[in-house]
Design a protein around this ligand. Structure first.
Ligand SMILES: C[S@@+](CC[C@H](N)C(=O)[O-])C[C@H]1O[C@@H](n2cnc3c(N)ncnc32)[C@H](O)[C@@H]1O
Length: 437
């Protein structure tokens, strides 16, 4: 483990990151799984634990059905009318300026010498979706050069014998044969990305762009549904990891690979399909999820006030049961109920009644975050921000009806919520206080 720690710390210091030394990468009983990051000193909630610098950042692929839209692979702005890079790599850059940027030079030259095929010449499209989808793979080659090749050996890889989508896309869309060694490095990179990458969100021209980022320290952080950290990204795409709860020396530093307010069945499904493991944390083993009954639905039996919960929260095939009348419901039926609820939630827009409903939801969610012991987490920041927007909107709509005393109470509430979310989201480049969602 010493070699891994030395390599990671050298990389961070060479990347100009200030030394944050209160952690170490460990293996064995100190971690929930394989290697993990462990605190070597105490932290208070809100303390920065480390700042991580990406080894690779790349746009999300465009699906075979055309889902997703391209972003410029150099500046990551959304490109509404993409043009193929004028130098010839067929990536959809946003203009000459990005095509000529030094960081694009080597990868552009590499793709060019593979002779990218012109796919949609007839409709005038000058960029290639297939070549675009291979950006992650091509960027892996930059790690091969130099001392950080070591990361390719030590970072966990997704277990699969299947050919990687990105490399197959590249091979299909070039005229030259891919070098065997390059292909192997690209495949390894993609498997590493699949096992370790984080959603990296950047703000470009007031639009949130979702990218994939590979961060060397964060790659060793294990998952917990009751994590003790939160993170956000600065303008340089550096990941700032902070304690969301007090952390004691010797304790594992964990993150959340999934969504905190999803019920256990959804979180388990997501973790198993994307990261290939079953989480057995204290929250996952507790069917009531710390008393929140987050997954519960009201009993379907007439006149029964009970709540239906899974008998075995760790099994997706689990039977669900009402706590009062003991009615049993199959997992397939529960999935249908959840889908119906999702459809209803998506159709909500904000008239006054719904604004008040949203306020109620914000209050309930803030209570939930507290009960789930999520501490100073990003979710607390985001919900507080939404809550503040609802209250500001309400104060605006009722300003003529309310007296000064009532308005002052609301202003105080707004101030407190702003204080909470500003302290959590302060480095967050996506902070947008204007829109109500
Ligand atoms: C980003 S890596 C974390 C570091 C990893 N433990 C290592 O040794 O490189 C993600 C992988 O770690 C394992 N992992 C992370 N959290 C876990 C947990 N709570 N339970 C079981 N396995 C976990 C899974 O194999 C997952 O695919």
């Amino acid at each position: 483990m010493d070699d891994i720690n030395d390599c990671v710390k050298k990389y961070l210091s060479q990347s100009g990151v200030k030394d944050y030394g209160g952690w170490t990468i460990c293996a064995g009983s100190a971690t929930v799984a394989g290697r993990g990051v462990v605190a070597t000193r105490d932290y208070n909630a809100g303390d920065v634990i480390f700042v991580d610098v990406p080894l690779i950042v790349s746009p999300r692929a465009i699906g075979p059905d055309g889902t997703g839209s391209p972003v410029c692979p150099v500046c990551y702005a959304a490109v509404t009318t993409p043009i193929g890079c004028p130098c010839g790599c067929r990536w959809p850059v946003c203009g000459r300026q990005c095509a000529d940027r030094p960081e694009h030079r080597d990868e552009c030259r590499y793709v060019r010498q593979l002779r990218p095929k012109v796919t949609n010449k007839s409709d005038g499209q000058t960029w290639s979706v297939g070549i675009y989808n291979a950006i992650t793979a091509v960027r892996g080659l930059s790690i091969r050069r130099g001392e950080y090749k070591y990361f390719l050996d030590v970072l966990q890889k997704k277990l699969t014998e299947r050919p990687t989508f990105e490399v197959e896309e590249l091979k299909r869309n070039i005229s030259m044969q891919l070098d065997e060694n390059d292909e192997q490095i690209m495949t390894t990179t993609c498997k590493i990305m699949d096992a370790n990458c984080f959603e990296t969100i950047v703000n470009r021209y007031n639009k949130s762009i979702s990218l994939k980022g590979l961060y060397p320290v964060a790659s060793f952080m294990n998952h917990s549904c009751v994590p003790n950290t939160m993170h956000n990204f600065d303008v340089k795409l550096q990941m700032i990891v902070k304690a969301s709860l007090p952390i004691y020396k010797g304790q594992e530093i964990t993150t959340n690979y999934t969504n905190s307010i999803w019920p256990t069945s959804l979180r388990q499904h997501h973790l198993l399909t994307s990261k290939q493991f079953i989480c057995t944390c204290s929250r996952c083993c507790d069917s009531e999820e710390f008393g929140t009954e987050l997954a519960a639905l009201n009993c379907i039996v007439k006149n029964c006030d009970g709540r239906i919960l899974p008998i075995n929260p760790l099994s997706k095939m689990s039977i669900w049961q009402c706590k009062i009348c003991t009615k049993l419901v199959t997992s397939a039926e529960m999935i249908c109920f959840y889908k119906d609820i999702e459809t209803i939630m998506k159709s909500i827009s904000l008239n006054l009644e719904q604004l008040l409903y949203k306020e109620k939801l914000c209050v309930e969610m803030l209570d939930l975050v507290q009960k789930l012991r999520l501490g100073q987490c990003r979710l607390l920041g985001l919900i507080s921000q939404e809550h503040q927007k609802v209250i500001s909107e309400k104060a605006y709509r009722f300003r003529r009806k309310w007296n000064t005393k009532t308005l002052n109470v609301f202003e105080e509430q707004i101030r407190k919520l702003k204080e909470i979310y500003s302290s959590i989201l302060d480095e967050d480049v996506n902070m947008n206080t204007n829109t109500i969602q």
